[in-house]
Design a protein. Structure first.
Length: 143
């Protein structure tokens, strides 16, 4: 009888892919220096990594927008706020209750208050309202 511990059984599960798998499997052949220019300079793993980075561009745009906001709103972390709104939308998917501005405000207010405290500021409902308006606009903006 074969045992899975004696190495006689092969793993039948597909191997999980990795961003670095292709790059680590690429070996430079032992060529004379003058022939090394014939090797590919750009491999497929670099293309895959570039695609992954491009998908994060909207998050980088959100972060860069933090510094362009009104000075009294710059201490708010738009990525954290947007992720909280996405979480609300995902939790509400398939339910009869729609995600409206009032629900977004209710979910973001505790986070905005914590961000105020971290910046050494007293909570201000008008500042919170302005940020909720910005978040709703950002999350409903067409691509």
């Amino acid at each position: 009888m074969m045992s899975p511990f004696d190495g006689s059984l092969k793993n039948t599960h597909p191997k999980q892919g990795s961003l670095f798998e292709e790059a680590s499997s690429f070996e430079v052949p032992d060529l004379p220096t003058e022939n090394r220019s014939l090797l590919p300079v750009w491999d497929r793993a670099l293309t895959h990594r570039l695609r992954v980075l491009l998908h994060t561009a909207p998050l980088h745009e959100l972060r860069s927008g933090d510094s362009r906001r009104d000075p009294e709103l710059r201490h708010y972390d738009s990525i954290a706020l947007t992720m909280k709104v996405f979480d609300l939308v995902i939790d509400s998917a398939g339910l009869d209750r729609e995600v409206d501005r009032a629900r977004v405000e209710k979910v973001l207010t505790p986070l905005l208050t914590q961000m105020d405290a971290a910046a050494g500021l007293a909570p201000d409902p008008s500042r919170h309202e302005a940020m909720v308006d910005q978040e709703v606009a950002t999350c409903t903006m067409p691509s």
